[in-house]
Design a protein around this ligand. Structure first.
Ligand code: ASP
Ligand code: MG
Length: 406
């Protein structure tokens, strides 16, 4: 049987109109002859009665500390409610459907409450459901340990459920439905010229997600990539095909070019820059080790790391600036921690080994008179740190320089 997995986010299942649109998408897939597995998130966002954050507030409102085991049991209720509401809605439209918790769907995880990893999927119940001509509606974001404990997969984990079920059921595609038309070349709230991308590679979308673009959970992309199942990010509220995410090969009659120099832009706001200088060689006097060990001991994650004998630089989240100043102040070095920075990055899986990409990035920023304070790169991105006030202009300048709107 041809199987499709359709994952619907909180905004898609929150309202009756949203759920009517879900029914439409399910019906379209049934009409094409697919066995359909629907994965649902909890209904709505913080403040709405069944949203994940609302449920968390219910427990924390009594006492701030909640055992991770109990918190997981509570959080999974949001998705469980969505499955039954969705099954009722489908049945109301004459579509036979059954609801499953993560455990009932055969999703087995480790014991890491709050951020469990899927170890194995035994999809027999789901297969039987599909073979019986019914739609399977599965609660996202949750699983069960082999000894029956209920776990969650980390915030945003319903995407992970969708991708993992897609791999386990050998689905033709996993569709991730949200309230935007796929992955955009940049955040449209900051760059009005941003447009939706028709295709991109797993690596590119993963990189954009890690760099702050919030369309899909990076773990879901990694699972789909390993299992070689294509993902499609699309809107519940429109007919647009959204963005197809796959590797560099051909799918149907579209060729996916995995060699675009720059595909899109990403950004992370509210970062602080840490700069450490010394007259002495910090490799030789052990200060390099001391600096990073001190940050590690304080539980502070560092990013955009640069080490040289007489200078160390990295960035941290802005709200950790005071704590970092305190921790590093004890090391007897010249330390400068400055708030008010943002990271802007260009992403493209074809930039490796291509000359002139950084030159173009610098030209774009310079034309807009934007100073670069720090930079790092990987094989598929170049990130520059700019002043927070320049972030929006920087993104617009780069979007234009790399002609992403065309
Ligand atoms: N409801 C969960 C969360 O808010 C999972 C998800 O929506 O993907 O994190
Ligand atoms: Mg989500």
């Amino acid at each position: 049987m041809r199987v499709i997995v359709q994952k619907f986010g909180g905004t898609s299942v929150a309202t009756p109109e949203g759920r009517e649109n879900v029914v439409k998408k399910v019906q379209e897939a049934l009409n094409q002859g697919y066995g359909v597995v629907v994965v649902v998130s909890a209904m709505g966002r913080a403040g709405e009665p069944y949203a994940t954050d609302t449920l968390i507030g219910l427990a924390k409102g009594i006492m701030k500390s909640v055992k991770p085991r109990e918190l997981d049991l509570l959080m999974t209720c949001g998705e469980n409610i969505s499955t039954v509401v969705m099954v009722q809605t489908l049945k109301h439209h004459g579509i036979e459907a059954s609801a499953f918790t993560g455990g009932q769907a055969g999703i087995y995880t480790d014991h890491h409450f709050g951020n469990a990893r899927i170890m194995e999927i035994k999809p027999d119940n789901l297969r039987r459901c599909l073979e019986g001509g019914r739609v399977a509606v599965v609660a996202g974001f949750q699983g069960i340990t082999p000894d029956g404990e209920v776990t969650t997969l980390g915030r945003g984990g319903s995407d992970t459920t969708g991708a993992a079920l897609g791999v386990a059921l050998n689905a033709e595609v996993v569709e991730i439905y949200t309230d935007v038309d796929g992955v955009m070349t940049a955040d449209p709230r900051l760059v009005p010229q941003a447009k939706s991308l028709a295709v991109m590679t797993y690596n590119e979308v993963c990189e954009m997600a890690h760099l702050g673009a919030k369309v899909v959970h990076p773990r879901a992309v990694e699972i789909a990539m390993e299992g070689r199942v294509p993902l499609r990010i699309r809107s519940t509220f429109s007919d647009s095909l959204g963005t197809l995410i796959t590797d560099g090969s051909a799918i149907g009659n579209i060729e996916i070019r995995g060699d675009k120099v720059v595909t899109g832009l990403a950004h992370i706001a509210e970062m602080a820059l840490v700069r450490i200088k010394s007259e002495q060689d910090m490799n030789q006097n052990g200060k390099v080790m001391e600096v990073f060990q001190a940050m590690a001991n304080a539980g502070i994650s560092v990013d955009m790391i640069q080490v040289a004998p007489f200078a160390i630089g990295f960035i941290i989240k802005e709200d950790l600036a005071e704590r970092s100043t305190q921790v590093l102040g004890k090391l007897n070095l010249e330390v400068l921690v400055q708030k008010g920075f943002a990271k802007v990055a260009i992403v493209g899986s074809g930039m490796r080994g291509v000359p002139g990409v950084m030159a173009k990035m610098v030209r774009g920023l310079q034309r807009a008179r934007i100073a670069i304070y720090h930079s790092t790169d990987s094989h598929i991105n170049i990130a520059c740190l700019v002043r927070q006030d320049d972030m929006c202009n920087a993104l617009q300048a780069l979007h234009e320089e790399f002609q992403l709107g065309e």
